[in-house]
Design a binder for this molecule. Structure first.
Ligand SMILES: Nc1ncnc2c1ncn2[C@@H]1O[C@H](COP(=O)(O)OP(=O)(O)O)[C@@H](O)[C@H]1O
Ligand SMILES: O=c1ccn([C@@H]2O[C@H](COP(=O)(O)OP(=O)(O)O)[C@@H](O)[C@H]2O)c(=O)[nH]1
Length: 245
């Protein structure tokens, strides 16, 4: 069954990409809102009840973005390592909230940090998924010059996930940036090719290309409304589907 049909789609294995920025309460000086993280954890709990195997990739934009620091004079690779470490903080917050909800989960970090997380080992991660653990992928790809969107595409490819859910602060993909153009139109579905050729910025080109090559659809949706994370993961048609068609 296609991810574009109107009836819910039952996915077996998925990657959820959580925006770092969306873990912050708008206007707050706290980088992480424990309340927002708790709400998302409860929504993930509801979504995995039916047996969905789930990997979570967390962003770090609520703390730091390497490209912005680099534009202000910092060495780009170092700035990116700071960004990757930021994602580890978010991952631990998500782990704690999931455990509070009774969800069995494990953090695997692409930068070794034995005291707080398992190292990322692909075969182990896949085993955890099969055993019903939610695996939280921290520290991005472990390499500078990449993003956590690309991490989601990479982990989805490695884990042979059916789909990537990009939970973000916009309710789908538009034909231009909706923050800059109030007349921007939202797509129900859009092809990878169109995203790349029109340079639609909701995900970076590396992430799009990897998903296109590995035939993994991406569903972009707004994580702010209550229940949206559960709805999306349970296959309700919300947001925009990016696929090969
Ligand atoms: N064509 C587009 N469609 C949707 N959003 C877009 C588009 N172009 C730029 N954006 C911007 O992309 C942002 C989401 O992408 P990003 O910053 O990568 O989010 P995240 O923090 O979830 O990784 C939105 O806030 C939106 O303003
Ligand atoms: O594989 C990766 C993933 C992330 N980052 C760094 O970590 C920051 C935070 O990730 P991202 O911007 O993707 O977070 P999000 O926008 O999803 O919150 C990025 O800006 C990069 O500096 C990186 O260098 N390599």
């Amino acid at each position: 069954m296609s991810a574009t049909s109107q009836s819910p789609v039952q996915f077996k294995r998925a990657i959820l990409k959580l925006s770092g920025e969306a873990l912050r309460e708008p206007g707050s000086t706290d980088n992480i809102s424990p309340e927002i993280v708790a709400r998302i954890a409860a929504e993930i709990r509801d979504a995995v009840k039916g047996g969905l195997q789930l990997g979570v990739v967390v962003g770090g934009g609520n703390f730091w973005r390497g490209a912005s620091a680099s534009a202000r004079g910092m060495d780009r690779a170092t700035a990116d390592y700071v960004g990757m470490l930021a994602t580890v903080m978010n991952a631990l917050a998500v782990q704690s909230a999931l455990e509070h909800e009774g969800v069995r989960c494990i953090v695997q970090s692409a930068i070794e940090m034995q005291n707080v997380a398992e190292p990322f080992i692909r075969r182990k991660a896949e085993r955890h998924l099969e055993e019903g653990f939610v695996v939280i992928f921290a520290a991005g790809t472990g390499n500078p010059f990449f993003s956590t969107d690309t991490t989601a595409a990479l982990r989805a490819s490695e884990m042979r996930a059916d789909v990537i859910f990009k939970a973000t602060m916009v309710d789908g993909v538009y034909d231009s940036d909706p923050k800059k153009n109030p007349d921007a139109k939202r797509y129900e579905t859009v092809s990878f090719q169109e995203c790349l050729s029109k340079q639609l910025k909701v995900m970076d080109a590396t992430a799009f290309s990897l998903c296109m090559d590995n035939h993994i659809p991406i569903i972009v949706f707004d994580m702010a409304p209550n229940g949206n994370v559960t709805r999306a993961l349970n296959g309700e048609r919300i947001g925009t589907v990016v696929n090969g068609g």
